[in-house]
Write a protein that binds this ligand. Sequence first.
Ligand code: TYC
Length: 119
Amino acid sequence: MTKQTPPAPHNGPKRDDPREQGPESGVVEKTEIRTKRPSLYKVLLLNDDYTPMEFVVHLLREVFHRTEEEAVRIMLSVHQDGVGVCGVYSFEIAETKVAQVVAAARHSEHPLQCTMEKA
Ligand code: TYC
């Protein structure tokens, strides 16, 4: 009868044993953190035949912090082209500005329209 070599001593779980992935396994997992820059949105004013020019200029100054010259230029470009950009903002800021313009216009009973679109 031939003598067999005894099996190698078994110290703990083998590599494909699920226990190998446990906290004592020495496996270090790295979680990759990916950040995305927030999308930007254009706030647009639409032209109409009834809202006074001065009212539009006032809103551009108060809501969009435009100078008198910038406000007049933007208002006139909306008046001529039908639509114009008041500013570009993150989603929440753009949404708030649209709401402020619409609220002020309705309060003063002007039909002015203001919307936003992805820049
Ligand atoms: N067209 C308007 C007028 O002649 C002026 C105006 C400009 C209205 C811009 C809206 O978004 C607007 N009184």
